[in-house]
Design a protein around this ligand. Structure first.
Ligand SMILES: [Zn+2]
Length: 454
């Protein structure tokens, strides 16, 4: 790394520091932006200074968790690791992660890099990083109103991966889109997945447009679904068949507090309560093994790993247990329905649906979620909230499930705490997460105050 480059890095760090002091906050992508303006090769150069390997994580769901597990696993092995923060997975954010990882002299001291990359940014980021390994978690549709999104994502990812032909891929073989992409890319690839049927009926929801063969357009046949489009598929027309997973989870047991499962001759006890987090865990573990690492501390690390990522928060207020769960697409929502069903104690459920830009303006995807299973949820009440609360109510009406709508979320939550069951689930889509979290934090303080006075 040359003298000029060190200077660029030090200047970028100093300038973003100053900017933060003057304007406050929001400086995660700024160092990357400045550094790139001064030296457009900075990302390639810095990644070149990583001593061992670079992992990139791509995919619609599970990127952040998979990348974070990978980071924790490598750190547990005593390695020095660069990771980019949630929400900084585009070009400037990724560059920032490297810039900010340098020391005072602008030098990088890292064994590994674990970088999560946004699907649409992959086209520009991948050619600059040329990662040794690329983990593709899955390719799902995020929101219906960006119609054709799956195809666009698929094409962008394929184009991006083709630009880095020496990168070894790790894919979820249960996802026909990921498998097709890997085959079409021409890159070397390895497969993880779940070889046996393990999940109950309630975990399934058919995401219709995904079950057609990408090679010939024929309808795929499934021996079984895990959830969403994931499962054991085959095309009766062209012979495309799900690949046997080299890394497969077996003996999976899901409970209210977590799960246990085996991969090969190793057994993991985790806090993962949802199947998608078993996939995320497996993806990280398989990536390590694929890279030739023993991952000797993986069991220990994963047993203590917190899957919350602040996306799933729990509160205990005046004797009521409250949980917030984020579900941003039909597959995610189905998983939350399953999660609620595994808890057979009495409960109240609030479902908050917004339609801001980040949520998707069109909420017709609600019709893709199999809400009918909520009949068996042992719920005292199901309450819809948010800007599209009435759409949620209508959706449940079609399943003959009674549902009130609230315009005052705080009042409703207080009513649940004061008068209803002591177990409250709040399922929210994207933009409801932050405000609901804040609301619960404030309520926690308010109630603590009340208890103090009495
Ligand atoms: Zn086919």
């Amino acid at each position: 790394m040359g003298f000029r480059r060190n200077l660029v890095i030090r200047f970028a760090k100093w300038a973003s520091n100053m900017s933060q002091k003057i304007r406050g906050g929001q400086g995660v992508t700024l160092p990357g932006y400045i550094a790139r303006k001064l030296d457009h090769n900075i990302l390639t150069a810095l990644n070149g200074d990583v001593r061992k390997k670079t992992f990139v994580v791509l995919g619609t769901n599970g990127k952040t968790t998979t990348n974070s597990i990978l980071y924790n696993a490598l750190t547990a092995e005593g390695e020095k690791v660069i990771i980019n923060k949630t929400g900084s997975n585009m070009m400037n954010g990724v560059t920032s992660a490297y810039v900010l990882a340098t020391d005072k002299k602008g030098r990088l001291d890292a064994d590994y890099a674990c970088i999560e990359v946004d699907e649409l940014a992959s086209l520009t980021v991948l050619p600059e990083i040329r990662p040794d390994y690329l983990i593709l978690t899955n390719i799902y549709r995020d929101q219906l109103d960006r119609f054709g999104e799956v195809d666009i994502t698929f094409q962008k990812l394929k184009e991006a991966i083709k630009k880095t032909p020496n990168t070894v891929l790790l894919i979820n073989g249960d996802d026909v889109l990921s498998y097709t992409l890997a085959k079409e890319s021409g890159n070397e690839f390895h497969v993880y997945g779940i070889n046996e049927q393990i999940f109950d009926d309630t975990s399934r929801s058919e995401i219709r447009e995904s079950i057609f063969c990408r090679q010939c357009g024929h309808k795929l046949e499934y021996k079984f679904f895990h959830y969403g489009q994931l499962g054991d598929y085959a095309c009766p027309n062209c012979g495309l068949t799900r690949p046997e997973a080299e890394y497969s989870a077996s003996n999976i047991r899901l409970t209210n507090v977590g799960s246990t499962f085996d991969v090969g001759d190793r057994s993991f006890t985790t806090g993962a309560k949802a199947p998608y987090n078993i996939y995320n865990t497996m993806a990280a573990y398989a990536a390590l093994r694929m890279a030739g690492l023993e991952a000797a501390y993986f069991e220990e690390m994963i047993a203590a790993y917190d899957y919350g990522n602040s996306r799933e928060s729990q509160f205990d207020i005046a004797g009521t247990h409250l949980q917030i769960h984020l579900a941003k697409n039909p597959v995610g929502f189905q998983q939350k329905v399953s999660l609620v069903l595994r808890d057979d104690t009495p409960k109240d459920i609030i479902i908050l649906i917004n339609d801001e830009a980040q949520d998707g303006k069109d909420v017709s995807w609600l019709w893709d979620v199999d809400f009918q299973y909520l009949v068996d949820a042992n719920a005292n009440s199901i309450i819809a909230a948010g800007k599209r609360g009435y759409d949620m109510q209508l959706r449940l009406k079609y399943e003959d499930i009674p549902c009130e709508v609230t315009q005052n979320l705080k009042e409703t939550i207080c009513d649940c705490i004061d008068n209803r069951s002591s177990n409250l689930y709040i399922i929210v889509n994207y933009t409801g997460l932050y405000s609901t979290n804040t609301l619960l934090k404030n309520l926690e303080t308010e109630y603590a105050g009340k208890e103090g006075q009495s």
